[in-house]
Design a protein around this ligand. Structure first.
Ligand code: NAD
Length: 298
């Protein structure tokens, strides 16, 4: 199965990173978003990240130009997917939106094109059922930041064919990534294990077992994690963490996944972590200094 023309749907945090790695590895990439401003912003981000790679000696100026030459942007989905061998969908995490996008992709993409989704938590089988080609639908879950993180969690839906899985495993290796294939159950593997750890860290704070810095320091120094779980939750976004915990909670019907009431409260209060400037820590634009949020200061 030859996969050369790649269309990425959604030019946000993940979409621009996915487009970046495909283009850098010589694939022809069309990046599609409903928002033209977001597409322009994505190209600027990709340029900045390529410059960062040049500064580190990981890329030459010529390779940067070759990468950018492989990338086109498009607001019209029909035009964007017309020649796609593979579509990687990285639009906003919303079930109804993804079902609508996959119905459109099925109608507009060439027969035989693989349709992949970067969803963190929506069942691949459900997304595949919105198409007439469920055997060609697969999860291709990149990690943030995409150009840096090595893992691609590949999720087989109920009907995904072995041929499609093999093709996506091979393609991930061509991107210099390490693929791991898992089955389609709530949270897959990455979030099924990560989110309960984050939830437990929040419960530990909520119950007064330890303060923010102690919890994060224990996990950083004791478990060699590069970031403590509370800082990581701020980085991911507390609303995203809550959504994924609810997916685990309802998907398994098991109270062990119930989100901590403190997390629920923080999301209701709009304290979502880095993106709102306040979460377990507070974030001052332009400053790399990490200080515990006033709410949790002793
Ligand atoms: P984001 O909000 O940064 O970007 C989403 C983009 O999708 C926006 O630019 C929006 O304009 C676009 N979009 C919305 N509807 C569209 C449509 N109909 N057609 C084309 N584009 C459309 O989101 P993100 O953080 O990049 O997340 C994208 C996906 O990746 C989600 O499914 C998310 O769960 C998953 N994911 C995110 C992370 C992360 O750390 N951010 C990590 C792994 C997976």
């Amino acid at each position: 199965m030859s996969l050369q023309n790649i269309t990425v749907i959604g030019a946000g945090t993940m979409g621009n990173g996915i487009a970046h790695v495909f283009a850098q590895n010589g694939f022809s990439v069309t990046l599609v978003d409903v928002n033209a401003g977001q597409l322009e912003k994505a190209v600027t981000v990709i340029e900045k990240n390529l410059d960062r790679q040049i500064a580190k000696g990981a890329l030459t100026a010529e390779q940067k130009q070759q990468t950018l030459a492989k990338l086109v942007i498009q607001t019209d989905m029909a035009t964007g997917v017309a020649h796609a061998d593979l579509v990687v969908e990285a639009a906003t995490e919303n079930v109804d939106l993804k079902l609508k996008i996959f119905t459109q992709l099925d109608a507009l993409s060439p027969v035989g094109a693989i349709l992949a989704t970067n969803t963190s938590s929506i069942p691949i089988t459900k997304i595949a059922a919105a198409t007439g080609r469920p055997e060609s639908v697969i999860g291709m879950h990149f990690m943030n930041p995409v150009p840096v993180m090595k893992l691609v969690e590949i999720i087989n839906g109920y009907a995904t064919s072995q041929e499609v899985t093999d093709a996506i495993v091979g393609l991930s290796k061509q991107l210099g990534k390490i693929p791991c294939v898992v089955n389609d159950y709530p949270g897959f593997i990455a979030n099924r294990i990560l989110m309960p750890m984050i939830n437990e860290a929040i419960y530990s704070l909520y119950e007064g077992v330890a303060d923010v810095e102690s919890i994060d320091t224990i996990m950083k120094l004791g478990m060699a994690h590069p970031m403590g779980p509370l800082q990581l939750a701020d980085f991911i976004g507390l609303d995203i963490c809550l959504n994924i915990l609810n997916v685990l909670y309802t998907g398994f019907g098991n109270p062990k996944y119930a989100p901590c009431p403190l997390l629920v409260n923080m999301v209701a209060a709009g304290k979502l972590g880095i993106k709102t400037g306040d979460g377990f820590y507070q974030y001052i634009p332009g400053s790399k200094e990490l200080s515990v949020s006033n709410r949790f200061k002793k």
